[in-house]
Design a binder for this molecule. Sequence first.
Ligand SMILES: Nc1ncnc2c1ncn2[C@@H]1O[C@H](COP(=O)(O)OP(=O)(O)O)[C@@H](O)[C@H]1O
Ligand SMILES: [Mg+2]
Length: 292
Amino acid sequence: MEVPSPSSSKSLIILYDAIRWEEKSLYEAAKRKGVQDCQLLDCKDFFVDLNQVNSDYEQKIVMQRSVSYFKSLHSTAALEGLGASIINPLNTAIVCGNKLFCHMILHKRNIKTPKSIAAFSEKSALEGLEWLGYPAIIKPTVGSWGRLIALLRDKYAARAVIEDRQHMFPLYHVYYLEEFVNRPPRDIRAIVVGDSIVAAIYRYSGNDEWKTNMALGGRAENCPITKDLEDICIRASKAVGGKVVGVDLMESDKDGLLVHEVNNTTEFKNTVKVTGVDIPGLIVEFACQQGK
Ligand SMILES: Nc1ncnc2c1ncn2[C@@H]1O[C@H](COP(=O)(O)OP(=O)(O)O)[C@@H](O)[C@H]1O
Ligand SMILES: [Mg+2]
């Protein structure tokens, strides 16, 4: 493949708040591919003049890699507002950063998702759960790595968890509840770059854990990319306007492939390790094509 260079005078920024394997590998890929102007930039190290006209940011392609939801979303808004091409764009970050928003967009595009309800009080959440049936799952609308996601086996567990949430920040009083999907002890993480699904893994849950997040001790294995998987992942990525996303899916025993999340700042270390696909290289090549 042709060695990419950012379009004409554009330069590449990898924006982060904590450097992980992913950010390092993106930087190394840029160097390896001969990208001259590539910078690793800590979003905590600069301020942005929000009133600039003809901003330098118009010449930048920014890979947004910040872990903090708030820093990521707001720095995306600032830099995109000043004309940067950003991966992923603000609208994608808004939708993907909130499980309820994402659910609604996927639903509108006829992409299968777990059966879910939203409720806005303790009482209606408990009534909704009777309707949805147990076991069910409660998820914060904003969150990752499986944090604060709880399995509600029955109404007693639900009452206890929901009562606790009442004492937390108001975001946690928005009740986003899902059916517990009957599935193998694994889910699927697929990486989509542009219009292509480039790799996928099965994530098996660790000992004593039902969630399959790698952050909770999950184990990864290569997942073959079938036509069905490709089709649903590309449709999910397009639904959220994604440029580089990680699509999370479950294999429901009654409904087939369901998308439960689209990640806009996806981790891919384990996917590279297990599949051998040069994901950072593909992302850098894709980034360099932006704004051409
Ligand atoms: N409805 C569900 N039924 C069964 N397991 C689920 C369900 N939703 C999530 N999980 C499990 O919990 C994990 C975390 O859920 P997810 O929605 O991806 O949140 P996070 O953003 O914290 O990763 C999933 O990877 C999956 O293993
Ligand atoms: Mg997830």
